[in-house]
Design a protein around this ligand. Structure first.
Ligand code: AMP
Length: 148
């Protein structure tokens, strides 16, 4: 059987999300596959580190609040797409690495991401879609997003 059995939708909660999500949902229906969701919290605005020689304190409350908001948005999208709570993943780390390793650990055979079709310097610097595409062990669908 050449169909997909487990599709993983990677979401960054951007304005384009619904479009990418609908693609993943449509494929799930075609293949009667399981659908999982992942959001990776990667960029807490205040973290321990040096800025102009100053050590910035890590703001625990803000970090917790951002995680709570992310959890809420993930649950909302999960409900819209009828994804079981146990298949909604909120993880901390590098988006491309976490998406790829979650997929490998859960027998995902298709990852769905949005792609802004960057070129030039932005492409050299890399994007999440590029990173996933190059590191994933399974198929990756990069849904082209229109930047405007
Ligand atoms: P980017 O290239 O980083 O703009 O993101 C392209 C796509 O990668 C998005 O449309 C999402 O599908 C996925 N993505 C980006 N950031 C994240 C994240 N933090 N968590 C999960 N998926 C993400």
């Amino acid at each position: 059987m050449l169909g997909y059995q487990h599709i993983l939708l990677a979401t960054d909660f951007s304005a384009h999300d619904q479009y990418v999500a609908q693609r993943a949902k449509a494929l799930q229906a075609v293949y009667q596959a399981k659908l999982s969701l992942v959001h990776v919290a990667d960029n807490l605005p205040i973290s321990t580190g040096m800025l102009d020689g100053q050590v910035m304190p890590f703001d625990v409350d803000l970090g917790e609040e951002l995680m709570r908001l992310a959890q809420e948005r993930l649950a909302k999208l999960g409900a819209e797409l009828e994804v079981a709570e146990t298949d909604q993943w909120l993880v901390i780390g590098s988006p491309k690495l976490e998406i790829v390793s979650l997929a490998a650990a859960n027998a995902v055979d298709l990852i769905v991401v949005g792609s802004h079709g960057r070129h030039g310097l932005a492409l050299l610097l890399g994007s999440t879609a590029n990173g996933v595409l190059h590191h994933a062990e399974c198929d990756v669908l990069a849904v082209r997003l229109k930047d405007n």
